[in-house]
Design a protein around this ligand. Structure first.
Ligand code: G4P
Length: 503
């Protein structure tokens, strides 16, 4: 095995998905504590303190108490290097989450054991499942009265349609929590060292385990690797119980960085020359510097500081000299990184979401990251017409970041922005004002149905009061239909036009 391959094999890159409040932040924090990346709990969200939060830095997040954007955290544990890609908890930012999920090799799904599978978990799981990414399930909040574990596992299988394989089993919950039963070692891991174990609770758990085994699935590493079977863990992130056991098992079974496939269907081995793709662009992470960072998932090879790469979309050569990696409490300038790692490249406006960069002579281009079909639209105009320049710059950058989607009038200079969730508009408006000094006015145009059409079929005549012919930010023709009726009418009138829907 080459040194590079050995190095890559130590990488584990994952995202945590959950319904808001299930305990994603708390679990992330505990994992960082185990890795020695932070020293005290409460640092990640900066709960109740004035400390700058490491995973959500933007003012709007702090104002609203929500996690809007994704960030990256890295730590070492037991000879492995772990990259956690944080995802926004709010459903209005599912687009951002989706793109982040394209950059991971596995997913940890945190479920509140009192609530079971909640809507946002289900929605995110569906996206993960389409890609066949391995999923590891953590039933959290065992220190509170929860639902029966048999019930929870059954719900996991029926609601999500994935097979479950419990790695441990709760022995009681809430007030009577005795611990978890380690199913591989066949022993109790007690919740409290001081308290005497209540044998009746243990017996009940052992009975459940028997029942579960009778009806349960076989452990199958291949099924785990293809996202068909999820190893299931129980614990309490807040009480730091079951977290280390989870982490150890996760590291044992989670996949190392996997080869990626290019647009022309070539599989790029992880040890090939350096290549990577931009899955996120974040401007102004540090208000003092007004910087802009492109987050690149390294798909193959090794990054070396100062290396020359080519941007596949434009063929432009770039030198990667100002690159950071993200540790929990700081951003550090790095020298090297390998496949599986995420690097932050300082960007002066070269990158767009989905861009591929590569070293070497052979062109490598990974497929575009999928976009959602927006459902909410606003016409957007600058309040102060004299400030058109900052208005345009702000829109351009926020669109490149994927904050919102932009549609331009076919013949007019109309700007219409589209979003999946209402909160995206608020973030857009807030950031335009705070970062670009541009107050924007929205003119709601209501819900629309967006469908893309081929350039060759686009025709001025298609525009009407209920059908708006526009261009998206890549200049692709798109029609915004007022409603399903208008869409049906169009299909009848233009039966030969191909209408494409995004996700
Ligand atoms: P999220 O990122 O998934 O949205 O969830 P987060 O970790 O912020 O946790 C949501 C709430 O659940 C927090 O309480 C957190 O303390 C609590 N929590 C997380 N894990 C556990 C657990 O294992 N057991 C129990 N009992 N609670 C847990 P909060 O009151 O909203 O915030 P805070 O006041 O504790 O900061």
């Amino acid at each position: 095995m080459t040194d590079l391959q050995t190095e890559i094999n130590t990488r584990r890159t994952f995202a945590i998905i959950s319904h808001p409040d299930a305990g994603k932040t708390t679990l992330t924090e505990q994992l960082l504590l185990h890795g020695g990346a932070i020293r005290e709990a409460g640092t990640v969200k900066g709960r109740g303190s004035n400390k700058m939060a490491s995973s959500d830095w933007m003012a709007i997040e702090q104002q609203r108490g929500i996690s809007v954007t994704s960030s990256v955290l890295q730590f070492d544990y037991d000879g492995k290097r772990i990259n956690i890609l944080d995802t926004p908890g709010h459903e209005d930012f599912s687009e951002d989450t989706y793109r982040t999920l394209m950059a991971v090799d596995s997913v940890v799904m945190v479920v509140d054991s009192a609530k079971g599978i909640e809507p946002q978990t289900k929605k995110l799981f569906e996206i993960v499942s389409q890609r066949g990414i391995p999923v590891f399930t953590f039933f959290n909040k065992l220190d509170r009265d929860g639902r029966s574990p048999l019930d929870l596992v059954d719900e996991l299988e029926t609601v999500l349609g994935i097979q479950a394989y419990p790695m441990n089993w709760p022995v009681g919950s809430g007030q009577i929590l005795q611990g978890i039963w380690d199913l591989r070692e066949d022993k109790l891991i007690p919740f409290s060292q001081e308290r005497q174990v209540d044998q009746s609770v243990v017996d009940e758990a052992l009975l459940e385990i028997e029942l579960q085994k009778d009806a349960g699935n076989q452990f199958d590493e291949d099924a785990i690797a293809h996202g068909k079977l999820t190893p299931v863990f129980f614990g309490s992130a807040l009480a730091n119980f079951g977290v280390e056991e989870f982490l150890r098992s996760y590291l044992e079974f989670a996949p190392t960085p996997q080869p990626q496939t290019t647009v022309d269907e070539k599989v790029v081995p992880v040890t090939a020359d350096f290549s990577g793709f931009v899955f996120k662009i974040q401007a102004n992470m540090d208000p003092k510097h007004r910087d802009r960072i492109a987050f690149v998932r390294i798909a193959s090879g090794e990054f070396d500081r100062g290396m020359d790469v080519t941007l596949a979309r434009t063929g432009r050569k770039l030198k990667l000299s100002n690159v950071t990696q993200f540790m929990a409490e700081s951003r550090e300038n790095i020298q090297t990184a390998v496949a599986g790692d995420i690097i932050g490249v300082y960007d002066t406006g070269n990158f767009q979401i989905g861009d591929t960069i590569y070293a070497g002579k052979t062109k490598v281009e990974y497929p575009d990251l999928p976009t959602f079909t927006p459902e909410l639209f606003n016409r957007v105009i600058p309040k102060d017409v004299l400030k058109k320049k900052s208005f345009e710059k702000g829109i351009e950058q926020l669109v490149q970041e994927g904050t919102i989607q932009l549609f331009k009038g076919w013949r007019s200079s109309d700007y219409i922005i589209g979003a999946v969730g209402q909160l995206q508009f608020e973030v857009f408006q807030f950031r335009m004002e705070n970062e670009y000094n541009s107050t924007v006015i929205f003119e709601p145009i209501g819900q629309k149905i967006a469908r893309w059409i081929p350039e060759s079929q686009a025709d001025d005549k298609m525009s009407s009061s209920r059908t708006m012919l526009m261009r998206d930010r890549f200049d692709q023709p798109v029609i915004l239909f007022e409603n399903q009726f208008a869409l049906n009418w169009f299909v009848d009138k233009y039966p030969d036009v191909t209408l494409e829907e995004k996700l």
